[in-house]
Write a protein that binds this ligand. Structure first.
Ligand code: GLA
Length: 399
């Protein structure tokens, strides 16, 4: 049984334990890997993530009152609030809610608001019970949070008859993450989880939110995406992520542009003269990363996935040296994978821990994985979790 199939069973069983009834339906949404374009999303720039074949499942049933109750395999204690109280909880009193429950409750809060904006009386939205089970590893940089948000948003959209678009549901997920959880993230993860397609990446313009499906062709090219979860976990609601974001905003202000997206590599000489070295290097990462995304999309379309190895490597070097969000474990994973024959490798996600990805020939996967495991042991690091992922479909109703 795959991890996602177990999560499907677990979510339904958990629902039945909680309510004594069978759920009205179950919905699921995937985690994501970002192929390229890191820390560009909140700078209005470009990204190419793909949804992975590990999903979070929400088993949902309606109630005859106006309360929402959530339970998950993360925590045996359910959390219950009146729908009418959500506006009072978020964002000001979010600390009253245990952290995992802020994700699904935050989505309900954001959707209630979206319904109101679309002219629906929120009092017409009925109570729900939601049981969540996840096959997406938590803290690995694979967006387990966007998977919870996507599964919850897709379920509530159907159960409440909201008829919101996938992009509107992604926005609600992001709002939950930013305001209900308190992590100042961009919209990449939610868009990937909502819009993912089998064998394809989502080329996203984070300013217009226009998304194009880009054929990745990994299988045809005989390639696999190997994930090295360093098991050094990260949290974007604290510290480094917000600091990087602030540095980018400072850089844009100094350059007199709305966002770093509005700069090109040709502006970098001027940027170097106008700002301190640290801010400059943060800016240089984002500006060159946007360019690498555009180059990667062009190369994927013209020559296929083997041609993007050098861009993955350059992306990693830029995150390590300029943006300074890599860790010794991530660097070792990337260097070892490359030496063992990967076509290209980079850390993926927000950084400060989490996972690296390597594009590897199907026949060399075991060899590269073994090399990474041996290198971690030799360095005295904890054992990584190494596995392959496949570009998969986004959020949908399962049954
Ligand atoms: C996290 C955030 C995303 C994005 C990445 C970095 O995954 O949730 O919005 O900023 O980091 O690319």
């Amino acid at each position: 049984m795959t991890a996602t199939a177990s999560a499907q069973t677990d979510a339904r069983d958990l629902f039945t334990e909680l309510t004594g009834a069978v759920p009205a339906g179950s919905w699921s949404a995937p985690g994501r890997v970002n192929l390229i374009g890191e820390h560009t999303d909140y700078n209005d720039g470009f990204v190419v993530p793909f949804a992975i074949d590990a999903r979070t499942v929400a088993a949902v049933g309606v109630r005859d009152d106006r309360r929402i109750r959530v339970i998950s395999t993360f925590d045996p204690v359910p959390v219950e609030v009146a729908l009418a109280d959500l506006d009072g909880l978020f964002p000001a009193h979010r600390d009253e809610i245990v952290e995992w429950a802020r994700y699904p409750l935050g989505v309900a809060w954001a959707l209630q608001d979206a319904a109101r904006a679309a002219g629906r009386d929120p009092r017409s939205l009925g109570g729900v019970d939601i049981a969540l089970a996840s096959a997406v590893p938590v803290g690995a940089g694979l967006s387990s949070s966007a998977a919870i948000e996507g599964a919850t948003a897709t379920a509530l959209n159907d159960v409440w008859g909201l008829e919101l678009s996938p992009v509107a549901l992604a926005r609600a997920g992001r709002r939950a993450e930013n305001d209900a959880v308190g992590a100042p993230t961009g919209i990449m993860d939610q868009m990937a989880s909502m819009l993912g397609r089998a064998d394809a990446g989502i080329f996203l313009d984070c300013r217009s939110l226009e998304a194009e499906v880009v054929d990745l062709g990994f299988t045809r090219a005989g390639l696999e995406v190997l994930v090295v979860d360093t098991r050094v976990s990260h949290a974007h609601s604290t510290g480094g992520y917000g600091e990087r974001r602030a540095a980018c905003e400072r850089g844009a202000r100094i350059m007199g542009v709305p966002a770093l997206r509005d700069l090109t590599p040709a502006d970098l000489d001027r940027a170097r003269e106008l700002m301190d070295d640290v801010t400059f290097r943060r800016v240089r990462h984002v500006v060159t990363e946007d360019q690498r995304v555009l180059d990667a999309v062009r190369l994927l379309r013209a020559e296929g996935p083997r041609s993007i190895g050098g861009l993955l490597d350059a992306s990693h070097a830029s995150m390590r040296d300029d943006f300074e969000i890599s860790t010794p474990e991530l660097d070792l994973a990337v260097d070892t994978a490359r030496t063992a024959g990967a076509v290209g490798a980079r850390m993926t996600g927000g950084g400060f821990g989490g996972a690296a990805i390597a594009l590897v020939d199907h026949a060399r996967v075991a060899e590269v994985a073994a090399a990474v495991e041996a290198a971690f042991a030799a360095a005295g690091f904890g054992a990584p979790h190494v596995f392959t992922v496949h570009p998969s479909d986004g959020a949908h109703r399962d049954r």
